[in-house]
Design a protein around this ligand. Structure first.
Ligand SMILES: [Zn+2]
Length: 329
């Protein structure tokens, strides 16, 4: 339930990508990680990326992947901030991809300060959105701004869950570091939205503030708060796996990969979360979605943490009679 789509706009997808300075080697690393050549960045990236992702989902134990749109960075008045942000993925792109491929489920992205935010939300609901994604610290979204109450109420009413980035971030430029605090999600939680705190508030860089305990406290207060395991196979984020495997958090965990963020088992093995045999076996697995899944199984995440998302995603009414419900893990 946490798979990124990226593109440079080739083929008229509407996506764009702006990789600068220190993000260049990181982007090249991610491309290599998913088996794409460096030249893909300036070539037909959109098609290559989707083909590769489809191949990986089909070749893995997963039934489907929720693919994420990425809205622009907006100011408080809901106007796009010129030059901010490093990539953009339009809602229509993920909605169309999901119409073409049963392996994909669409998560849209809407900055709630946009003047037509509610209209766009309703449009995306009609088009079959199953989730909404936002990055408060990177997209400048103060989720607890009272002006957004109606937006969250509409999401709650439509049973559309919110996946919100929490904790530090080093892959994308951060506009408001203080919005990494999971407490920013209080208003949507109070409005009854099912909220999934991506990364459970864990820190990404060594010097980031740690919000895991804040996430854990909020989860006790709000039964509608969940946390995802995305990027738990990178060095620092995975530190809190033992707490995530204990109640009350265990019943709130959902599986996310954060694809194309690299997934490696070294850190889980060094911390004793997986044994040597599992580490050796799964680190060799070339399918990175499968590797991430198997490493998390080896850490002790139960089957429910991979299927729980089925109960949380919005189930759009099938357009035609007899359309099968999506099967996913
Ligand atoms: Zn992510």
């Amino acid at each position: 339930m946490h798979v990124h789509v990226v593109g440079n706009g080739t083929g008229g997808t509407g996506c764009w990508l702006r990789v600068r300075g220190w993000q260049r080697p990181l982007a090249a690393l991610m491309l290599r990680h998913i088996g794409l050549p460096r030249e893909a960045m300036t070539g037909d990236l959109d098609r290559l990326y989707v083909e590769r992702l489809l191949e990986q989902v089909r070749g893995s134990s997963l039934g489907a992947a929720v693919i994420l749109a990425q809205d622009l960075v907006h100011n408080e008045q809901g106007r796009p901030i010129e030059g901010a942000g490093s990539f953009y993925v339009p809602n229509d792109y993920v909605l169309n991809l999901s119409r073409q491929h049963a392996e994909f489920l669409p998560a849209v992205s809407i900055h709630p300060a946009r003047p037509e935010a509610l209209e766009e939300l309703n449009r995306c609901l009609d088009a079959g959105a199953v989730m909404l994604k936002c990055l408060p610290n990177c997209q400048n979204i103060n989720c607890s701004d009272r002006r957004f109450t109606r937006f969250w109420e509409r999401m709650a009413e439509a049973k559309l869950p919110l996946l919100a980035h929490t904790g530090g971030e080093h892959t994308l430029p951060v506009v408001r570091p203080e919005f990494a605090d999971p407490r920013i999600l209080t208003l949507p939680l109070e409005c009854g939205v099912t909220v999934i705190a991506a990364h459970c508030g864990t820190k990404s860089g060594l010097f980031d503030p740690e919000y895991f305990h804040v996430f854990a406290e909020l989860a006790v207060r709000f039964p509608n708060l969940y946390g995802d395991t995305s990027a738990f196979n990178v060095p620092i984020r995975g530190r809190h796996v033992p707490e995530c495997l204990r109640q009350p958090l265990l019943d709130r965990m959902v599986h996310g990969s954060d694809y194309p963020v690299p997934a490696h088992g070294h850190f889980a093995w060094m911390r004793g979360f997986v044994d040597w045999k599992s580490f050796r076996r799964w680190e060799r697995q070339p399918n990175v979605l499968e590797r991430d899944y198997q490493l998390k199984l080896a850490m002790g995440f139960p089957a429910e943490s991979f299927t729980r998302i089925q109960e949380l995603l919005r189930r759009p009414r099938p357009k035609m009679a007899g359309t099968p419900a999506p099967l996913l893990s």
